[in-house]
Ligand binder design. Structure first.
Ligand SMILES: [Zn+2]
Length: 303
């Protein structure tokens, strides 16, 4: 009886403790791009864990036990959404038994709800056909304009969850946005001549980059997102590369590179492989990551 009373009392105390009593807000982000933004906005008031590695395709992440443990302790879960994590997150999230970060809770933030998505299907997509973008294209963090609105949304949620540190979140969000705008002007100047140039991507993940910079993604090595290329599709992509005078075959480093290199070799295009996500563990920032990507892209496009 006494034990039961103690449990009830502890539960009540737990409910009464304001959120601001957290030493640090424990943030788990499914992907490194979200994690580096959250780390910058949260500063000393947060501790951030990134689930996927920058070397992993974020559509397919191993559901390792340590990830479930991180989720069990989290106060805020940041997901890319739009179906990106649908293949691996739900099991881990249920297994975490953490009611604070389940969908619909204040501790669950679907970042795709903060930005304007592209390629949202107007009809129901049949996932049995292998389409892994059933709710629109989820690769929006290659567009710094969308990352700006994303940062504002994450900063706002942090201030709501941890009101004691609200001024800090506000100042850091403003600083992030100001810095990002300056960097974006620099990137846009560097890639001004990219507008209208044709590239081929491995996976349909550069649509937001194209939307931002005006580059033209004319084909993909994958016939559909998540479906590996077959010989007839490779022949078609090679034909497109030759006839459209494609400047570069561009892909994240976590995809196989053989087909892309082959098409680049035979068409005279440049092959560009880049890290798909910021190096969170090495303390890379979003701007640092984009500096690198913009430089590589300019070089590959010959501008
Ligand atoms: Zn994708």
């Amino acid at each position: 009886m006494f034990r039961r009373l103690m449990i009830v009392m502890l539960a009540v105390c737990g409910l009464l403790v304001p959120a601001s009593a957290w030493a640090k807000v424990e943030i788990v982000a499914t992907t490194p791009d979200l994690a580096v933004v959250a780390r910058e906005l949260g500063g000393p008031d947060v501790h951030v864990v990134a689930m996927a590695l920058p070397t992993q395709d974020p559509h397919f992440v191993d559901a390792k036990p340590h990830l479930a443990l991180a989720l069990s302790k989290a106060n805020l879960l940041l997901v890319t959404g739009a179906g990106l994590e649908v293949g691996w997150l739900p099991t881990l999230l249920t297994g975490s038994r953490n009611p604070d970060i389940q969908p619909g809770s204040p501790g669950y933030l679907d970042c795709s709800s903060l930005v304007t998505l592209l390629e949202v299907p107007t009809t129901q997509v049949d996932r049995s056909q292998g389409d892994i973008h059933p709710q629109g294209n989820p690769h929006f963090t290659y567009d710094p304009r969308r990352v700006e609105t994303l940062a504002v949304g994450i900063g706002k949620r942090l201030a709501e969850l941890d009101p004691a540190h609200k001024p800090g979140y506000f100042v850091r969000t403003k600083s992030f946005v100001d810095g990002l705008r300056l960097a974006r002007a620099r990137w846009e100047a560097r890639l001004a001549k990219a507008r209208g140039l044709k590239i081929i991507a491995y996976h349909n993940s550069l649509v937001y980059l194209a939307d931002w910079l005006g580059v033209d993604v004319v084909e993909h090595i994958e016939p559909k997102p998540g479906i590996p290329p077959n010989p007839s599709h490779v022949a078609h992509v090679l034909e497109v590369a030759k006839t459209s005078k494609v400047r570069a075959i561009v892909q994240q480093a976590y995809y196989p590179s053989g087909t892309s290199k082959l098409i680049a070799d035979k068409s005279g295009a440049t092959f560009l492989q880049f890290p798909g996500n910021p190096d969170f563990a090495a303390a890379q920032s979003y701007s640092g990551y984009m500096d690198d990507l913009v430089g590589k892209l300019a070089h590959a496009l010959g501008i």
